[in-house]
Design a protein around this ligand. Sequence first.
Ligand code: HEM
Length: 198
Amino acid sequence: MRLGRRRLGIGRVALWAALALPALAIAGRWTLTPADYGFGHAIKQSGDWAAWLLLATLAVTPARLALGTRPFTRWLGIRRRDLGVASFAYAALHTAIYLADKAGIVAILAEARGVDLLTGWLALVLFAPLAITSNDRSVRALKRRWKGLHRLVYPAAVLVFVHWALTAFDPRTAYGHIAILAAIETVRIALQYRQRVT
Ligand code: HEM
């Protein structure tokens, strides 16, 4: 048991080290090669990582239902909250990069009126309570309400992908990811219905 816990601890540290690598790459390239890699690259890549980690988080439940109980799927289930928190951390970094580039609150509020950025802001607002309550203490305190609260991830995901389609230079990449999101959710709902779980 003690060995199992220790292994889990090392696995979690390794996971977070891996999750931090894209952020280090963004910061490193922006600092070391500012002529080739600037604001546009940093905001795009931080947004991409936030969305990819969100897809990975949403894929955990269908993967577990499809593959059954194995060490890897159990590990994924335990670490799903870490993936969700990492997605939020990249979304926060992405927003911080955006805010640092803006001249002031007037410009930020004016741009927030457009559907392209309003959807981003709304997604961030929905994700914040999920990231804050992604820990054992909140699961225990909120009991059954925890699951209900965390269902907000679905409308938040829809907002993220609308935001992506409306802001991307080439929306075809966003459409491809929307198709992946739809496939993940279709498999999840079908397997939950067949296996009679919620
Ligand atoms: C959960 C929150 C968010 C996620 C997951 C997210 C994700 C993304 C993604 C995937 C893109 C497209 C990147 C690409 O072209 O490949 C993007 C673009 C963009 N996002 Fe967000 N976003 C979020 C919130 C926000 C917020 C709050 C703002 C600030 C208002 C913002 C500002 C932008 C801007 C300005 C772009 C266009 C970047 C460009 O010029 O290519 N996003 N976002």
